[in-house]
Design a protein around this ligand. Structure first.
Ligand SMILES: *[C@@H]1O[C@H](CO)[C@@H](O)[C@H](O)[C@H]1NC(C)=O
Ligand SMILES: *[C@@H]1O[C@H](CO)[C@@H](O)[C@H](O)[C@H]1NC(C)=O
Ligand SMILES: *[C@@H]1O[C@H](CO)[C@@H](O)[C@H](O)[C@H]1NC(C)=O
Length: 552
């Protein structure tokens, strides 16, 4: 249902008819030689598909579900001497359904690209490409954190392959794809875009920072920037559990979250189950210790330990008085079920069927990063990690890998000068990547270049979880909005956003709330009227705005 209202918005962008005279042959041998400095093409395969229907909608690329005609090129190349073997998958719409644009689609976790993004992009008219960055390609999002590929052998990191994943292959992707597109259609794409969330968001920022001419428009959502810190710091709630020797069942953490939302929901002027002003929330979980809650039919009381874990998760890791990284904003779930694979979150546990004997279920990216990269495959057991070891691991991660992976350079001047436009949005209830790492990055961008808003805008989405989900309104047309910015010069003053329809009987009218998301640091403040209408909200410096300015 989310996808349905997303496409309506997408259908609005304009369309460039392609060169009708050109014979589009889907044969590798008809492509002119692909030449990119430092690359050697190893193999090209091409396959023509007609009325292809074997695909599913994809949350980051909403598009109508319909049969598609495309040419499937796979270009395999190496960086000679580095022993890598990288595949770029390029799908080109046929029968003159190309909209003249190229789109590079991002990945997630430690996976460089999602094949699931290809067909929906073709269905929307894009020439699309993804890369596997030279390592195992997972089309199964529950396995995206796998990182065995990062070791050449136990104890030894495959640095070129890690560099490929971090950045290099991201630069190769559009360089290869644009040549294939030109060879196939007889003309280059009129515009090139990047679209990604999470690792895809990090990849978008990497392009803007290091390869500023690859894309004219970038959507870098919920970016996994500050990777070296983020991938380790997220373990903090588990380190607190280890110290306390207490692993709360999820029902107990959910009871604390419910009390948190109850206490702070209205600080933003609207009671809607969403904390839009987490910075104003001073809720202390200690105040609900002893309160009863229902754990799947079993009546229990909130423990002092669980309250401490929640407070520490909100505060984030400290060493003495020194903040090492950000915590989760108030209102963020400690764990979220599915939709892909097991529950994820920064304080997730798993228990027996009676919700007892629980243990940590770590964020898979952290386990993978620490086990295979920081510890080089020696051990991935984090269940004994104490504070000292946590501090040491965090320091090692930053010292050894920040320059490779963190993607935190705030200097976007080359991207701006090249005419690029970028939008980042991030859910305030992101259960995996605390939103504050993104706002602090954006503040650094602005302090370096106070005019950066002319090419880079950041929006926070209250109540939205990692990339999607949650009770808040998520952007519905962000790719369109970046396209308008690039092609028509219309900068996004707000992002159009809507909630998922509330669950209920199928015949009940779905309640969809529309909200404008405001450019940071502005917030979307209620000014009166119907809570489900965008027009009841205005961008403001604080939530204090209570009355609509009706005098016109
Ligand atoms: C596209 O080509 C690649 C490489 O030959 C192949 O692995 C993949 O399955 C093809 N995709 C489809 C949808 O057939
Ligand atoms: C596209 O063209 C091919 C032949 O080149 C044809 O088989 C196919 O049915 C066409 N598809 C559409 C949707 O027109
Ligand atoms: C984190 O971000 C939220 C949303 O912008 C803000 O309200 C809060 O004050 C920030 N917290 C910190 C510690 O910077």
């Amino acid at each position: 249902m989310l996808l349905n209202h997303l496409h309506l918005a997408l259908a609005a962008v304009s369309y460039f008819p392609t060169a009708l005279g050109k014979l589009q042959t889907c044969k590798g041998r008809d492509l002119p030689a692909i030449e990119v400095f430092g690359l050697e093409i190893v193999d090209i395969t091409a396959k023509e598909h007609h009325d292809y229907e074997d695909w599913q909608p994809f949350p980051f690329m909403p598009s109508p579900k319909k049969p598609i005609d495309f040419c499937n090129f796979t270009i395999t190349y190496t960086h000679p001497g580095q022993n890598d073997h990288i595949n770029v998958y390029i799908w080109l719409p046929m029968n003159d359904t190309w909209n003249g644009r190229f789109i590079g689609q991002g990945g997630g976790g430690l996976t460089a690209g999602f094949a699931m993004a290809l067909a929906p992009s073709v269905a929307s008219g894009y020439a699309v490409a993804i890369t596997d960055a030279g390592h195992t390609f997972h089309n199964d999002p529950s396995k995206t954190a796998d990182s065995e590929w990062v070791l050449t052998s136990p104890g030894n990191i495959n640095w070129p392959l890690l560099q490929d994943f971090a950045g290099r292959a991201l630069d190769d992707l559009p360089k290869v794809a644009k040549q294939v597109i030109k060879g196939f259609y007889g003309e280059s794409p009129k515009y090139s875009y990047w679209n990604g969330c999470s690792t895809g968001g990090r990849q978008g920022l990497m392009s803007a920072q290091r390869y500023p001419e690859d894309y004219q428009g970038i959507v870098a959502a919920a970016p996994a920037i500050n990777w070296a810190e983020m991938a380790v710091a997220g373990l903090w709630p588990h380190i607190v559990m280890n110290r306390l020797g207490y692993y709360p069942p999820m029902c107990e953490m959910e009871a604390i979250l419910a009390a948190d939302v109850e206490a702070c929901d209205e600080l933003d002027g609207v009671k809607d189950g969403v904390i839009a002003a987490p910075g104003l929330c001073t809720f202390d979980a200690k105040t609900v210790v002893g309160q009863s809650f229902d754990c799947e039919g079993d009546s229990r009381k909130i423990s002092a330990e669980a309250a401490e874990i929640a407070n520490e998760a909100w505060k984030g890791p400290y060493k003495g008085d020194r903040r090492l990284w950000f915590g989760l904003p108030h209102g963020t779930p400690f764990s979220v079920a599915g939709p892909w694979g097991p529950p994820t979150g920064l304080a997730t546990t798993e228990c027996d069927e009676k919700n007892q004997n629980c243990r940590s279920r770590f964020f898979a990216v952290s386990t993978s990063w620490i086990g295979n990269v920081i510890r080089r495959g020696k051990s991935a057991d984090l269940s004994e990690m104490d504070e000292e070891e946590f501090y040491r691991t965090l320091r090692l991660s930053v010292n050894e890998f920040a320059s490779v992976m963190s993607t935190s350079d705030p200097d976007l001047s080359d991207f701006g000068a090249a005419g690029g436009k970028m939008i980042t949005w991030h859910g305030l209830a992101d259960q995996l990547i605390p939103v504050n790492g993104t706002s602090s990055y954006y503040e650094k961008v602005l302090s370096l270049d106070p005019e950066a808003r002319s090419y880079y805008r950041y929006f926070e989405a209250p109540g939205v979880q990692h990339c999607f989900g949650g009770a808040g309104a998520a952007p519905t047309a962000v790719l369109d909005q970046v396209i308008r910015w690039v092609e028509e010069g219309i900068a996004p003053e707000t992002l159009t956003a809507a909630t998922m329809p509330a669950p209920g009987p199928p015949d009940a009218a779905p309640v969809v709330k529309h909200r404008p998301l405001c450019p940071y640091p502005l917030v979307s403040a209620y000014v009166g009227g119907d809570l489900s209408e965008s027009s009841s909200f205005e961008c403001a410096e604080s939530f204090e705005v209570k009355k609509r300015h009706t005098e016109l």
